[in-house]
Design a binder for this molecule. Structure first.
Ligand SMILES: Cc1ncc(COP(=O)(O)O)c(C=O)c1O
Length: 378
């Protein structure tokens, strides 16, 4: 057992203007969602992804919920999404009363298998929810072509994709509406937080209203519709403004970390490394994911346990939506099979990938993984 300290799977970097802006909130008394950093963060973030409007909310999960509601998805409507994603995506669809329809993912990029989408389109399909996974964007052109051909809305979940581009165009600028998360493992964090971005003014207004309990300007406490309190506080937005100032630096840092991990793990047996790039994007390594090859005699859980013994923090890959007990209980996905997602969810996990990770820590992580895999592939 090593005496070295535990290496957490994520540690954020908060050594820019975060403290200065937070002190400003306290000094001025602006701590609620009414404070000026909220608007500044919304405008700065929207501009950064090339959108006209930004609506800051309390996290990336509710950003999806408000986006789906704002688009008017409801009972009977079908929304196509990848099965390999976080529950927030399918939950937003189900909570709106709509029906999630899943597609499998690509074995190399782990993003939704675009070739499977068209087969899932029916007369009830209203939208495609695109989710960019772990650092590489989905192949957007064919998805946008399908949305044109069938008149479908596109909701882009860009939670993990701050600073990434698809063919030079920012992630978060595709489709009717896009969403982000600012959880501490994201390139820009506000502790908890999220953002909806869109070019459609009416849609932005609708999201603002839904975020704020559907309070009306003239009759404040008289409600025509039900909304939520999904507001972001000025304290959170203060962090966001400071973090956004460093987004390019953070993306550069993540790419350098990805390259360093690749170098350190070169030739490692039994492990599929993340794809470095595809013709439309270079990986930004939101997390550095790995998939154990089929000849490795254990699954991700065991690899993570062994790494944990060496004080290396890890996280499992997402568990597919079509295998979620909560959805089976609702009668959803009972006969759905998505073999790629089923395999990578059992054999995939990610290494410490936070922005504060040091070169020395990466060397320790790589040495530990080499030791685990040497043992496995003897
Ligand atoms: C793809 C994706 N969508 C949505 C979310 C939800 O964001 P949050 O944790 O801010 O609710 C996450 C969170 O990590 C995510 O990875």
């Amino acid at each position: 057992m090593t005496m070295d300290p535990f290496i957490p799977v994520n540690e954020p970097l908060l050594d820019g203007n975060e403290k200065i802006y937070l002190v400003d909130c306290i000094d001025t008394g602006w701590i609620s969602s009414e404070g000026p950093f909220v608007r500044q963060f919304e405008e700065g973030f929207a501009a950064r992804v090339g959108r006209r409007f930004g609506v800051a909310v309390s996290n990336g999960s509710v950003a999806l919920e408000a986006a789906i509601a704002a688009l008017g998805m409801g009972p009977g409507d079908e929304v196509i999404l990848p099965t390999f994603t976080i529950i927030s995506c399918a939950a937003a669809i189900v909570r709106a009363g709509a029906v999630p329809v899943v597609v499998d993912c690509d074995p190399m990029t782990w993003n939704m298998e675009v070739a499977q989408i068209e087969r899932r389109i029916t007369s009830r399909t209203k939208a495609i929810m695109v989710v960019h996974i772990y650092g590489l964007p989905c192949d957007m052109d064919p998805i946008l072509a399908l949305s044109d051909k069938y008149g479908l809305k596109v909701i882009e979940d860009a939670a993990e994709m701050h600073g990434q581009t698809y063919n030079g165009r920012p992630c978060g600028s595709f489709g009717e509406i896009s969403t982000f998360s600012f959880y501490p493992n994201k390139h820009v964090t506000t502790g908890e937080g999220g953002m909806i971005v869109t070019d459609d003014e009416a849609l932005a207004e609708r999201c603002r209203s839904l975020r704020n309990l559907c309070i009306q300007t003239k009759k404040r406490f008289v409600h025509e519709e039900l909304g939520w309190n999904f507001r972001m506080s000025n304290l959170q937005a203060a962090l966001g403004v400071a973090q956004l100032e460093r987004l390019d630096e953070f993306v550069g840092r993540k790419r350098a970390m990805g390259a360093r991990y690749r170098e350190l793990l070169k030739g490692i047996p039994g492990v599929q490394l993340p794809v470095a790039g595809v013709d439309y994007a270079d990986n930004i390594y939101w997390v550095f994911g790995l998939v154990l090859k089929d000849d490795v005699p254990f699954d991700a859980g065991e690899a993570m346990r062994r790494l944990g013994e060496m004080k290396i923090g890890t996280r499992p890959f997402f568990w597919p939506m079509h295998e979620q007990p909560v959805f089976h209980k609702m009668g959803l996905f009972r006969d759905t099979r998505c073999p790629v997602a089923e395999r990578i969810s059992r054999r995939g996990f990610y290494l410490p990938s936070g922005l504060a990770l040091t070169g020395g820590q990466m060397e320790r992580v790589a040495a530990a993984l080499h030791a685990v895999m040497r043992e496995a592939c003897r």
